[in-house]
Write a protein that binds this ligand. Structure first.
Ligand code: HEM
Length: 290
């Protein structure tokens, strides 16, 4: 433990509590609020939000200690109620517990997604989508433009092309599937009382779990369609020097040996995660544009 963190930590080794904080005293700019509490309580303090005990780390040394020196202890993420209410959504990289499934998924993702498509194929895909974005902007010259919408669409097109080799030629399918992606993002971000009072998860008072299940049922239908189309396009893509991630995944499953932990459900959850992670994290919708 570094000196700064040690001084702020009582002898018992448990972080000093920040007594006044409760759900009702949280401020919308949570990072600034926590920074203010850290000035009073030190770089390592705990607080209760609902019945959950949370720990805030706010110095580079404290963060390094937890996420680097003891990364295995802190490796697991705590899924939100929208995810715990629906187990199949937990099979991807983000929520899989640290272990064999997570390690195998990560290895396959790095191999097939990040380096599998071929650099030249990826470059030409990016060029094509940036040109399309510029053409869309030109077509609206003189009119107000929703920049977030333009950037989200471009990122979404790049990702779906990398994952499935592009969505169905039928434009409606792409629009409908995007509604599913946006629905999942909305449910993940919706304030949910079960996140702060986990005993309420099974009651699903706000229906977030039920709505997530409906979104996933719709996703299942598109998934079957995209897998079927992707299989048909696979050979053609390979001839062009690129290979969609889906092709790589199907090959991994075909080569699968008895003890391999991955199934199609893992890839289905992973694909959704990569689209959500690749669109909403880098380009979050600003509060004013919603
Ligand atoms: C500005 C861009 C981004 C930011 C700020 C960001 C932030 C993060 C953070 C903080 C984590 C958790 C890391 C941890 O707990 O150790 C994470 C994990 C993850 N992100 Fe991103 N991300 C970004 C872009 C992306 C993109 C473009 C994708 C997909 C194409 C993506 C997919 C993922 C996935 C799959 C994980 C889980 C990784 C694992 O468990 O091994 N992210 N991201």
């Amino acid at each position: 433990m570094d000196e700064e963190t040690r001084q702020a930590t009582p002898a018992s080794g448990t972080p000093r509590p920040a007594a006044p904080c409760s759900l009702l005293s949280l401020e919308p700019d949570v990072h600034r609020y926590f920074a203010r509490l850290a000035r009073a309580y030190g770089p390592l303090f705990s607080l209760r939000l609902g019945t959950r005990l949370c720990v805030v780390l706010s110095s580079p040394a404290a963060v390094r200690e937890a996420l680097k020196d003891h990364d295995v202890i802190f490796a697991n993420r705590d899924p939100p109620a929208a995810i715990t209410a629906f187990p199949r959504a937990q099979h991807g990289l983000h929520w899989s517990p640290h272990g064999i499934v997570w390690r195998t998924l990560r290895k396959v993702t790095v191999r097939e997604f990040i380096s599998g498509g071929g650099n030249e194929a990826l470059r030409s895909l990016l060029r094509r989508e940036v040109r399309r974005a510029i053409a869309r902007l030109r077509a609206r010259e003189g009119e107000p433009v929703e920049v977030w919408e333009l950037v989200f669409t471009t990122a979404y097109n790049v990702l779906t092309s990398m994952l499935w080799g592009g969505l169905s030629e039928d434009g409606d399918v792409s629009v409908e599937f995007r509604a599913v992606v946006e629905g999942v993002i909305e449910l993940l971000q919706a304030p949910n009382v079960s996140d702060f009072f986990p005993a309420l998860v099974t009651l699903d008072l706000q229906g977030v779990g039920r709505r997530m299940k409906r979104m996933w049922d719709r996703y299942d239908v598109y998934w079957e369609k995209f897998v079927e189309e992707g299989g048909r396009r696979g050979e053609e893509d390979e001839r062009k020097g690129g290979k969609a991630f889906l092709q790589g995944m199907v090959e991994v499953l075909e080569r699968r040996e008895q003890n391999d932990p991955l199934t199609m459900d893992h890839f289905k959850a992973l694909f959704m995660e990569l689209i959500v992670g690749g669109t909403d994290t880098p380009f979050p919708r600003s509060p004013r544009s919603s």
